[in-house]
Design a protein around this ligand. Structure first.
Ligand code: NAD
Length: 220
């Protein structure tokens, strides 16, 4: 059976989506499913679902489909094999606070454990996330010291653009392995630090383009 490191990245990225959907079936008491149903539930085409599942070996039985409990056990195990990623967030303003509050609630292996901001009243701001856990927001001047205490490896940057590179430099210095960058700045980083840019404007523009050109795109 394949380990996470030996399956395609796109498949690995879909595993939390499969697991989330299968857990929802489990909660409804559904015991059995098939790739067509899973495909409809997760909105990936059936061929993608079948191909993804094939990377994990014999998960289903011909003519029976898949046992929901076994699949949840299997996928949950795969996700647990991955380390829980402790995440620090820098810039607890509008977007940052919303992310801390939500704390990627649909993913079991992501956890925003600490936040930083330049504007902290009384030095003890806290944000309560959806699990009811208090997340402390520290002054950015304490970033190097506190980061080490919390052991976060991933940083989310949600500061105003003009501070993004300066914050990224601090993140690199503190030994983080990855950055989820919400600013529009193209960050300069060493090769050892991975970055993923999140740009909702671009996503919205792409959607608008497809909506406005639907007829032309269909006829190509
Ligand atoms: P905001 O002003 O509400 O929040 C920014 C926070 O960063 C504030 O709390 C501020 O005190 C803090 N901050 C400023 N300088 C800092 C520093 N040096 N160190 C630590 N904290 C600092 O802004 P917002 O609306 O939450 O937007 C945050 C960022 O996200 C901006 O860069 C914005 O352009 C970007 N943004 C991205 C998307 C997207 O799709 N990715 C969408 C909207 C906004």
């Amino acid at each position: 059976m394949a380990s996470f490191s030996s399956i395609p990245r796109a498949t690995a990225q879909r595993v939390p989506v499969y697991n989330h959907y299968l857990k929802s079936l489990q909660e409804k008491g559904i015991k059995r499913t098939n790739s067509k149903e899973i495909s409809a539930g997760v909105k990936y085409d059936p061929a993608t679902v079948r191909r993804d599942f094939s990377f994990f070996g014999e998960l289903g039985k011909r003519g029976y489909g898949y046992d929901v409990d076994s699949l949840v056990t299997f996928f949950s195990g795969k996700l647990e094999d991955q380390k829980v990623n402790k995440i620090a967030l820098i810039g607890a303003g509008n977007i940052g606070s919303a992310l801390v509050r939500n704390n990627f609630s649909s993913a079991d292996n992501l956890d925003i454990v600490v936040a930083f901001d330049i504007n902290i009243n009384n030095g003890n701001k806290k944000i309560i996330n959806e699990n009811g856990t208090e997340v402390s927001v520290f002054d950015i001047s304490e970033f190097q010291k506190i980061s080490r205490e919390y052991g976060a490896q991933i940083a989310i940057i949600t500061v105003p653009e003009q501070f993004a590179q300066e914050i990224a430099n601090q993140v690199v210095k503190a030994g983080y392995k990855g950055i989820l960058n919400f600013t529009a700045v193209h960050l300069t980083l060493p090769k050892t630090v991975r970055v993923k840019d999140v740009d909702l404007t671009r996503e919205a523009q792409t959607l608008v383009y497809f909506v406005n050109n639907q007829d032309k795109i269909k006829s190509i």
